[in-house]
Ligand binder design. Structure first.
Ligand SMILES: [Zn+2]
Length: 274
């Protein structure tokens, strides 16, 4: 399977240097979008990938920087005559997609377009779900991120190779070490305190505390992502979901403190054969 990062940033509005979270995963004829952060379609074009070929979408969770671009996808795909996509996701993905389809229906000028939108289906992939999707075995476990949202990490396997994507999470070894056990590649979200400090300096003092609480309470330090990679015995750790103030050398140094395998810092357009 091949993964291509369409967006390696955290949040859509806060990061002018990286796109919001989205990964393209191809295997055989399957073309899967793992999260669709807004703006991912431009980066798909930059990577030479064809949005018309997308077969399915799978969400880690429904925060805007991971899901909102699905409307862009629908607006594009209504013009194609191919089969409708299926959207897989956590709790509430059904109501989210219903709303996204309502946006897209504003542009539904003909019967063919309406029929395509009517054909979009949703399947909830709740914690513990295991299924085959486009020739890939997909396993889902819940990770702690936001108390009001279900967030799922995924393990994709095919032909004896395996890829794990953490989604957004705090340090959660109890969920992620077993999921990532022996994986070839672990894509894990990460931040560093140094970047957090730089980001805070640019903010008015009144909202700095909120940034610290928000990042530390719902995201994962790079050092801890390294710990998970080491405990799980993965081959390659890819750090992603980065704020604009992150520096590659600092991210790698933090993760290296715990993990002695290969460490890669994700960038938009990065493509890896797993
Ligand atoms: Zn996010």
């Amino acid at each position: 399977m091949r993964i291509t990062f369409l967006g390696s940033g955290a949040g859509a509005a806060v990061n002018p240097r990286r796109g919001a979270a989205s990964i393209h995963l191809s295997h055989g004829d399957a073309r899967l979008l793992v999260d669709t952060g807004p703006g991912f379609m431009e980066r798909m074009a930059d990577s030479g990938l064809n949005p018309d070929a997308v077969s399915d979408v799978i969400f880690s969770h429904l925060h805007f920087d991971h899901a909102m671009g699905v409307v862009e996808l629908f607006s594009r795909l209504i013009a194609r005559s191919g089969p409708p996509v299926t959207v897989f996701g956590p709790r509430d993905t059904d109501s989210y997609i219903e709303a996204a389809l309502a946006f897209a229906r504003v542009n539904a000028t003909g019967d063919r377009i309406r029929a395509w939108l009517d054909g979009v289906s949703v399947e909830l992939t709740r914690p513990g779900d295991e299924r085959e999707l486009g020739g890939l075995q997909v396993r889902s476990v819940e990770v702690p991120h936001a108390p009001y949202l279900e967030c799922l990490a995924r393990r994709f396997e095919a032909g004896g190779r395996s890829l794990v994507y953490s989604g957004d999470t705090t340090y959660a070894p109890e969920a992620l070490v077993p999921l990532a056990d022996g994986a070839d590649v672990l894509v894990h979200e990460a931040f560093t305190e140094q970047a957090l400090e730089r980001m805070a300096q640019r903010l008015p003092e009144a909202i700095r505390e909120g940034l610290y609480v928000g990042m530390r309470g719902s995201h994962c330090p790079a050092a801890d992502a390294g710990r998970i990679a080491q405990e799980a015995g993965v081959g390659v750790l890819v750090l992603t979901h980065l704020t604009p103030d992150e520096r590659e050398a600092e991210l790698v140094a933090e993760a290296r403190g715990a993990f002695d395998g290969t460490i890669i810092v994700a960038s938009d357009g990065l493509s890896l054969e797993v």
